[in-house]
Design a protein around this ligand. Sequence first.
Ligand code: NBP
Length: 474
Amino acid sequence: MADIGLVGLGVMGANLALNMAEKGYSVAVHNRTTSKTDAFVANAGSLAEKLTPCPTLTALAEAVDPPRPVVIMVKAGDAVDQQADVLAGHLGEGDILIDAGNANFHDTRRRVRVYAERNIDFLGVGVSGGEEGARHGPSVMAGGDPKAWARVEAIFTDIAAKFAGESCAALVGPEGAGHFVKTIHNGIEYADMQMIAEIYGIMRDGLGLPTEEMSGIFDAWNGGPLKSYLIEITATVLGTTDPRTGKPLVDIILDTAGQKGTGRWSVIEAQHLGAPATVIEAAVAARNLSSRKASRVADEALFGPAPRKLDGALGAREGAMTVLEEAMLAGKIAAYAQGFAVMAQASQAFDWSLPLGTIAKIWRAGCIIRSSFLDDIASTYDSGSAVGNLMTAEPFTGMLKATQASLRRVVAEASLKGIPVPALSSALAYFDFARTARSTADLTQAQRDFFGAHGFERIDEPGKEAHGPWSNAT
Ligand code: NBP
């Protein structure tokens, strides 16, 4: 009998199944298109003996040793409901359905309740790391009942990535908490990628650097505070040549970015929670704008191209790479501060007690945003002192003090020459707003009272609603 079942042998499911088999677990596997199941097992080499191909979901349910854990790794949405529903007909008390895809956490909350009524545990498990991570060690963010998690914890702990010997798998909260945390992970990933793209845009269009040189710069940055998987692959990507044309491969890639929804969900949830995630928002919007290629080409002809060539201090190239590196670091601090603030707010709103330090820890390896920076975040939460916004906690406060001027210079110079830097600009605005003791909301409140009698609070009479004598206005 198999230790676990796995439904969906696409990119992620197939690699997760091989990972489990390699760690010694026997896995019953099923895919909607049966030929893929057979081909998968036929190509699994020595791991095939740990895999049981199942032509139907009924066969899969019968092949797993009770209490049966069954992982569903199919396209998010209706497909999960369809597969879970059929499976549930063959499962009983103690069995566990595990949705390991990128579900919307609202769906996961609903599914947890629906299956609880049928005495079946439902875990919503976020898995990050792409194809390579799924095969050799992803980051695993689980949500659901602790007793159900305890029954599968060993499997996920074994297959997950390790950071300094610690597994990057954890139960982060009940019901949809795992999928929520995965959603915010992806939102932060969008922000990181967009800020890297903006810095690349400044190097390419503002400074006219050859792609090969940019590759070397990112490679050098990967030895400093920006050290991360995304910086590492940026260096590799920029150093890759198109075998057909001999040009840098990146130069022949159409400049329209795709997205599957998790970035957008993170922004929507941030808005619902009233926790600004402006850097992530800018990154999602940038992908949307990028997809409008035809209108961008037309608008460039209409308004004329921006000058783009930098001629300020950055353009002089003296110390420019350090300024760009520092700007990226300052932007990153703001983006992560926003992501963690959204999770803190969700934790409160849904009564989840999200362990933010543990979340930082399980993001240190395996996932797409893995970095040494996350180790700093984990240490900050581990230090025991109360952490409000990450920007106000050490070592990030010190880092921001040291780097914010570079972010300001980069945003200012890029803006003067028409190079779009929406994520970096949002990060700067977030920082500047955060440290503005007297904001301009006094005027907003006055306007709201003027047209809607919404009232305001006088600074000399705290807690009391006041209204203006607006009729005196001329
Ligand atoms: P793939 O596109 O590689 O595979 C999709 C799988 O879903 C296939 O097994 C397919 O079966 C199955 N499927 C579909 Br599509 N519709 C189905 C339905 N109505 N009923 C049953 N099965 C159905 O996707 P993937 O990249 O492996 O992603 C799977 C999940 O993991 C998604 O939620 C994704 O967002 C998430 N995820 C992906 C990554 C990544 O880097 N790719 C990372 C983290 C999470 P078929 O073979 O019969 O078409």
